[in-house]
Design a protein around this ligand. Structure first.
Ligand SMILES: [Cu+2]
Length: 160
């Protein structure tokens, strides 16, 4: 047997072993465990001036999730929005989850995690930990009650 053939056979055997071990575990292969996700309440802003871009006149959706600051004396204006960062969190059913929020922008974000019935508040400069067992699979929203519609995130709980 040539050296190349030997190496190729070794790789084929390794691949078979990997496939066999993946199949033997059954289910989705996702193991529940401890999961901590570090999150922030943020407010990205974009600034320009009326000599480059006209100030928008189209109405924005109701709520404080989107905002515009009208042109100042120099013609500078600002577009801004409130967000959860990250906006989507994925866990596995059965996970013991900690969402650790830090408030960067905005004084207060009173919020709720729908489907799990958890209310919480994120304040600027403070850490808020939301701890729960993800016992229900599905897609759930976490919603700031002030900055709508934009400050809405998604929790995906993958079935075990
Ligand atoms: Cu908010």
């Amino acid at each position: 047997m040539g050296r190349r053939t030997g190496i190729a056979l070794a790789f084929a055997a390794l691949a078979l072993m990997l496939v066999a071990s993946a199949c033997s575990s059954g289910g989705t292969g996702l193991e529940a465990g401890e999961r901590t996700v570090y999150m922030a309440a943020i407010e990205p802003k974009g600034t320009t001036s009326v000599d480059k871009e006209p100030f928008p006149t189209a109405p924005l959706p109701a709520g404080d999730g989107y905002g515009l600051e009208e042109p100042d004396a120099d013609g500078n204006w600002v577009a801004e929005t409130y967000r959860w960062l990250p906006g989507e969190v994925t866990v596995v059913q059965g996970d013991r989850v900690t969402l650790e929020f830090f408030g960067v922008n905005g004084a207060s974000h009173p919020a709720t995690l729908e489907g799990y019935g958890i209310d919480f508040e994120v304040k600027r400069g403070q850490v808020t930990r939301v701890e729960f067992t993800a016992d229900r699979a599905g897609i759930f929203r976490f919603v700031c009650k002030v900055h709508q519609p934009a400050m809405t995130g998604t929790l995906v709980v993958l079935p075990a």
